[in-house]
Each structure stands twice: as C-alpha cells, then as structure tokens.
Design a protein around this ligand. Sequence first.
Ligand code: NAD
Length: 251
Amino acid sequence: MIRMIIHGCNGVMGQKVAEMAAKDPMVEIVAGIDYNVNARQNPFHVFAKLTECDVEADVVVDFSSAVAVDGLLDACVEKKLPLVLCTTGLSDEQINHVQEAAKVIPILRSGNMSLGINLLMKVVEEVASVLLSADFDPEIVEKHHRRKLDAPSGTALMLAEAVNRAVDGSYDICLDRHERRMSRPKEEIGIQAVRGGTIVGEHEVIFAGPDELIEIRHVAYSRAIFANGALQAAKAIAGRAAGLYDMQSVL
Ligand SMILES: NC(=O)c1ccc[n+]([C@@H]2O[C@H](COP(=O)([O-])OP(=O)(O)OC[C@H]3O[C@@H](n4cnc5c(N)ncnc54)[C@H](O)[C@@H]3O)[C@@H](O)[C@H]2O)c1
C-alpha cells in the first residue's frame, strides 16, 4: 500500500487522481494540499501548504501550478518525500531547481503522464531520424481547453525535443512567425498552440516533405489517462533512490 499526498488536490486533475486512487487497492490518499482548502469536499484532510502537513506519506503527486513548484520542491526535500511532478509551464530556473532537488529525493517529472504520448515520443524520434535527412519539415500543432495557463503545452515541447534528438538537438524551436518575412529555415521545429472550449488535449506531429505529408496524432478523450499514469508513476518511484526519472522508467 502506497500512502499518497495529492498536491493541487482541489483542481481538475487533483480530483481525477483522488477519484481513481479511491478505486486502487494499492493506493491510500492520506492528505491533500491546496491553497483553496475548502473548494471541494474530500474524504481526506486538506492543508494549504505541504509544510503545514504533518501526515506521514510515501509519495507526493503534484498537479498544481508553476508558481507552486519551488515551494513544493523545497518542502519535499525537507521531508525527504518522493515526488511525481506533473505541473507544466516550468521556467528554466525551475527546471534547474528540479535537478538540484533530485540529488536528494526521487522525482519523476513528465509533461504528459499518458501511455500513448510516451510511446509516441519514441515513434516520433525514430520517424524524425529518417525524414529530417530526407528534406521533411517538422511542425507540431497542439490543442487544449480554454483554462490552460501555459502555451505551448509541456507535451508539445517534449515532442519537439524527441524530434530534435534525431538531429542531436541542432534544430531551433519556433513559437511565433508573425514578425518574420522570410521562408521557413530548414533547421526549425514550429509549434502552434490552439486554445478553446473543453478540449482535453490533442497533439499532432507533422512531417511535411516534397510532395508528401506524414501526420502522427494523439487525442486524449479523458483526463483519466493522466491520472492513471500518475498513479503508476507514484508506485514506481516510492522507495526509489534519489534521481530524476521520467515515464520511460514506468513503461
Ligand atoms: N503532466 C500531465 O500529464 C498533465 C496533464 C494534465 C494537466 N497537467 C498540468 O497540471 C497542472 C494542473 O492542471 P489542472 O487542470 O488540474 O489545473 P487546475 O487549475 O484545475 O488545478 C490546480 C490546483 O492547484 C491549486 N494550486 C495552485 N497554486 C497552488 C499553491 N501555490 N499551493 C497549493 N495549491 C495550489 C489550485 O487551487 C487548484 O485547485 C497544470 O500545470 C497542467 O498543465 C499535466
């Protein structure tokens, strides 16, 4: 049995994790953390901050907000708590902070916890390794609900990194072309972000070549795929040695 704390427990994803954990005999939610303490009714106690939480646990699963992440990392280090870090939109400084914290505690960080996307990462890298040398241009289009704070999505950036690994990181990521008057440079990965309605998450990796086009697409129909991945990740890192892990270590 894994004793879990959900950080961001009153958010959309935090609630989904709580709902799925309640059906999992291997997981017990021992506490929640959310600065909107009373926003939902939960079958566990909710604290405003992890530093205020005095409940013993084996792992923290986080779906909150980038502004919460520095405090969360410090608290997990202080309490020696393994962390599954799912919040996206972290700055470069915060990614350095994650790396420092991972010298002390195990941290599994992924911008996308779903099995499908993590498998797609491998496929995209393999496809890119053939097509980029055959004059194909890589472009990524991602679509999300109107509430999403960060753009582009963490998943789109992970997919761009997978494409870039095929060319030893030599391509630039381009998020905006509106001020430019020039044809597309070859060594570029374009990312476009669409926001609207209740779209759970769609990612399309396009390889546009001379006279042919390949599109690789993933559609998330429900947040259950992320919550399920987070639960698997929590089981995988509770009790592991300090270090930085990703979903490949769960697959
Ligand atoms: N990695 C993945 O697979 C994946 C999947 C979906 C969402 N996400 C990311 O997870 C995060 C949360 O998404 P969501 O849709 O549940 O958002 P949400 O806004 O519905 O929920 C966030 C929750 O965090 C709480 N919170 C914010 N700042 C806090 C702080 N400083 N201390 C304590 N609690 C705080 C809020 O009160 C809210 O209840 C986002 O960054 C999103 O991009 C990641």
